[in-house]
Design a protein around this ligand. Structure first.
Ligand code: ADP
Ligand code: VHF
Length: 377
């Protein structure tokens, strides 16, 4: 390990356009460049996890399609071919440098179940601690469209939160975030440092630039918001730039650095799971006085603060919390089932012992988050 370098845990996301050639084949040369950069970081003692797209892009030609297919089943079939080709190439390249790669395919339902989520963390921790390079992709072949993460940008931010990464590096075909879509405005300027995702930035972030990219700048900004809320700094840069990954870790690369604000409340692992992965099962509406208490003082929510309950959920479920005007305040984990909570607020067969517990404890409340981040759950 190079003297003076602290070991960092780094998650690198690379997009389809950065891994495949124009004719829909895995580009060994592009993968080689990435692997060589990861190897430099590994030689310095860092832990590196890759979130790699490219399964569909690397497989559709071999499936017999001339362009990226429109139908879901053809894309899933293409991913089934391309994922194998990708991992074989990565694995070969890492072995030639003395490192071992592993494959992890994730579906959104793996993350919405807290036990499976924690299990994924334990497995990845073992791999990282033993020097392996885990390579993560969405399990495209078996995931239904409406159950997908949808894009690997948000997946990479969620994975970075899962493993408590020190930095998220997103590599694309563009050298950072511009103040407007550079394809539409030739005067667009590169933003080198961003501390807050403002509505202007969201408006500037447009659609994909290539026929194989899926998320475009929009999903990269969503990803960065999740990383920021989890206290993880991110970098966005161009995959083909020389030494981009190494320089990004060194804070010395051309691109956009996203730094979480110092006074921002950083979500702990439990709250990250609630906010970004859980998938709410019901709704509670609370009284106006309780809204102030949870937003200003972060206090627990007593059953007496609950105005009404919507949906059927079990004790321990994640629910959305609304104020009486219908504005969404945040998310929380309930200590009562919907039936018990309904009985408590209507004082039917009230079990006083149970009543002493808060309906939602403050450490299981996620408030203050921008609704557009919350809606990504
Ligand atoms: N404000 C913006 N700044 C930079 N790029 C933008 C912006 N708005 C839209 N884009 C487009 O987003 C593209 C990158 O997203 P995408 O095509 O999904 O790449 P990847 O396959 O790497 O995920 C860029 O090539 C660019 O054309
Ligand atoms: N999971 C898909 C990629 C999804 C995705 O986000 O693609 P991209 O916008 O190229 O990062 C695949 O491997 O083809």
């Amino acid at each position: 390990m190079t003297p003076g370098i602290d070991t960092k845990r780094i998650v690198i996301k690379i997009g389809s356009s950065s891994l495949t050639s124009m004719n829909g084949e895995v580009s060994r040369r592009k993968l080689e460049k990435l692997v060589e950069e990861v190897v430099r970081l590994k030689d310095d003692g860092h832990e590196v996890l890759l979130v790699s797209s490219g399964a569909v892009a690397a497989g559709y030609r071999k499936l017999g399609c001339l362009t990226r297919p429109d139908s879901l089943s053809e894309r899933q079939a293409a991913a089934s071919i391309g994922q194998g080709v990708l991992i074989e190439t990565y694995s070969d390249l890492f072995i030639s440098h003395g490192y071992v790669a592993s494959q992890i395919l994730i579906t959104r339902s793996d993350f919405s179940d807290e036990n499976r989520y924690n299990n994924a963390r334990n497995t990845i921790n073992v791999l990282l601690e033993r020097g392996i390079v885990p390579i993560v992709n969405e399990n495209d072949t078996i995931t239904m469209d409406f159950l997908k993460f949808g894009d690997n940008d948000t997946l990479s931010a969620k994975v970075a939160g899962l493993v408590d990464a020190d930095q998220l590096i997103i590599l694309s075909d563009i050298d950072g975030l511009y103040d407007s879509d550079p394809r539409k405005n030739e005067d667009a300027k590169l933003l080198t440092k961003v501390n807050e995702i403002t509505p202007e930035i969201e408006a500037a972030a447009g659609e994909p630039g290539s026929s194989v990219g899926t998320g475009g700048m929009k999903s990269k900004i969503e990803a960065v918001k999740i990383a920021m809320a989890s206290g993880i700094p991110s970098f966005l840069g161009k995959s083909s730039t020389n030494s981009i990954v190494y320089d990004a870790v060194d804070n010395n690369a051309v691109g956009t650095y996203f730094e979480p604000q110092e006074d921002m409340e950083e979500l702990n692992q439990k709250k990250q799971w609630i906010a970004f992965n859980s998938g709410p099962e019901g709704e509670v509406t609370i009284k106006p006085s309780a809204k102030e208490a949870i937003l200003e003082n972060h206090t627990s929510l007593e059953p007496s603060a609950v105005y009404s309950v919507n949906g059927r959920f079990k004790k321990g479920a994640v629910v959305k919390i609304f104020d009486p005007t219908g504005e969404e305040i945040g998310l929380g984990v309930v200590n009562y089932s919907s039936k018990a909570l309904d009985q408590l607020i209507n004082k039917i067969d009230v079990d006083l012992e149970k009543y002493e517990k808060a309906a939602i404890e403050s450490e299981q409340l996620v408030c203050h988050l921008d609704t557009s981040v919350l809606t990504t759950v």
